[in-house]
Design a protein around this ligand. Sequence first.
Ligand SMILES: NC(=O)c1ccc[n+]([C@@H]2O[C@H](COP(=O)([O-])OP(=O)(O)OC[C@H]3O[C@@H](n4cnc5c(N)ncnc54)[C@H](O)[C@@H]3O)[C@@H](O)[C@H]2O)c1
Length: 434
Amino acid sequence: MRILKFCVLFDKLGVRMKIAVIGLGYIGLPTAIMFAEAGYEVIGFDVKKDVVDRINSGKAHIVEPGIEEKLNKVVKEERLKATTKVEKLRGANAFIICVQTPLEGNKPNLIYLENAIRSVAEVIDRGALVIIESTVPPGTTIKMAKLLESLTGFREGVDFYMAHAPERVMPGRIFYELVYNSRVIGGVSEKATELAVKLYKSFVKGEIYATDATTAEMIKLMENTYRDVNIALANEFALLAHQYGVNIFEAIRIANTHPRVNIHFPGIGVGGHCLPKDPYLLLSNAKKEFGLIRLARKINESMPKFVATLLFEALEEGGVEEREAVVTVLGLAYKGGTDDIRNSPALTFVKLIRDRVLEVRTYDPYVGGTHKSLEDAIVEADAVVIATDHPEFKELNWEEIGRLMRHKILIDGRGIVSNPPKGFIFKGVGRGDV
Ligand SMILES: NC(=O)c1ccc[n+]([C@@H]2O[C@H](COP(=O)([O-])OP(=O)(O)OC[C@H]3O[C@@H](n4cnc5c(N)ncnc54)[C@H](O)[C@@H]3O)[C@@H](O)[C@H]2O)c1
């Protein structure tokens, strides 16, 4: 077995350092490209053959501004190769694990991470660095280090080094944020922290904060939980606004002029891979129950149902029989400007209403499998529900749209229609009785 000496870009013999990126999804693929652009030899590993084949042909399987061009370049220059064969990772100086860490029944499923560690165990050489970028419950990185120790007989801090370097990027801005965001890096051992910081410094221009592995895990989860709880507060304010006939968007904008207040904005719900999941990851290894974070989740999870209530109220007001209603949902992605439908509240909303109405049509210019054109989706519809804040939906001409519809009912689940269009029955989250 070779003993690897770890240093950035080149090892002692002047050989270009090899980085293995495990899991080539929304996080792993841009990360692999970034390391390749920084001058490393990068080998990307994924269990999905179609993903690997696509990447090797220079084509990305995810939508992210700039990705096609960058991927094409690093693949052509042979700086990034993808594989489904663990064997090909042999000789890597660093393993960067970016596999999914989903929930199952609100409990973390770490099987993908454990499998990734098993793959590392098959090929790791002494001296290598193993970094978990995936978001994990506090205590997981230490557990994974123990798993790797038991599989290899190596010792963390002596034979290999393990650190957690959580990813803070936002889809749609990944390539900018990978470079300019500040980062938190926590090693199982101090040496692991030191090596991981050194590695990321090769392309990160933001601050790098060094800490221990469990603190790094908690920081990442606290950040997303903070956002989720604050959105839940905004959603509760919105629900209250319906009790008082207040336009919550106007109220929040004015409240936020207070120098120490920054209320988030309410909506149809919270989606994406991270926010609906991370609060549960944060709670999952705790020895006792905690209330606030769980309640915030419940409030956010209830918002699609609230929007469904607004829709059914509006149909009744408009004299449209539920069973006869054709409803068009604008947007399936969880967030404007992306194709990401993971945990999207728009999908939950569609599921909630589809058995109660005659037809649900969906239109999302970013997501395949929906109606091809807006016109096609709204013609003869009884109601339109805005479920995603895509920039395209902010510019719509409601007068023209209204002419194509059978009934003019508009439900704004995202607070993007500032003035209720004339002639429409209009309801929106937090719009009170306006
Ligand atoms: N997507 C985001 O915006 C975001 C932001 C911050 C952090 N994260 C965290 O990053 C991690 C990855 O998220 P993602 O969105 O990139 O997930 P993803 O589902 O897009 O990608 C994961 C990839 O890993 C592959 N994979 C699964 N098990 C594997 C294994 N054993 N070996 C090799 N490949 C394997 C899958 O086939 C998939 O292609 C998660 O923990 C997530 O919470 C994601």
